[in-house]
Design a protein around this ligand. Sequence first.
Ligand SMILES: [Zn+2]
Length: 284
Amino acid sequence: MAWFTRQKPSLEGGPPTDGEKNVRTEGLWQKCEACGQIIWRKAIEDNLHVCPKCGHHVRIGAAERLQQLFDDGKYEEHDADLLSSDPLKFVDSKPYPQRLEEMRGATSLPDAVISASGLLNGRRVGICALELKFIGGSMGAVVGEKITRAIERSQAQRIPLIIVSASGGARMQEGTISLMQLAKLSAALMRLDEAGVPYISVLTDPTTGGVTASFAMLGDLNIAEPGALIGFAGPRVIEQTIRQKLPEGFQKSEFLVEHGFLDAIVKRTELKNYISNTLNFFLA
Ligand SMILES: [Zn+2]
């Protein structure tokens, strides 16, 4: 059985409401969940959804992310017609096809990633951005296939690839088929590496599970936003397994840079130019 089908998704519902999850909304004003200050909503939006008072990075959705990174917010989307076929006939609190349908309505997205290409500071690049609001940004066959195709497209066209992760990991509802994506993606990234086309991984809050265990940590450069939760298993599971208290700030991006798991922390307001400068360096 095919793991996904090709058809036009029905995407009813409003546009994604990025950044509203972490910030209480009161019309023109927002309360920053980190510093508690009441800030003019437009001041946060103009600052790419970073609190201008304390620098807290509010979570943003995939579409907002692509708009921030591509020149004039313009991009061409790829493989938007790939939809999960529910290969395991999975039912948890509700049947998986129903969950997918509700998610498509809530996010106006066909699945948990947008694959796109366009210009970044005048250079043609491919960018995939994961959408946390779509079943926790989880990776099933569709996310795996769309990212694999993006990798292969980057290789064929020799354009750099950037993947912005925000994910709870593999998608439970697709079981082992989700886990197989880890191997498929890793093999595709190896071929991209051999072809000498740069790949930059951007890890945002949160990036965990099978996404951390595959493409998110396989960049030529692995960079993260400040204060992002990044790990494989959650801290509670680790504490119960090793029977030890974990150190302060464990699994935050700052801790991971300090211990050599990441290359750099880059503020969202500097991200686009940082990527651009890095590509200039790689491709000089
Ligand atoms: Zn703040």
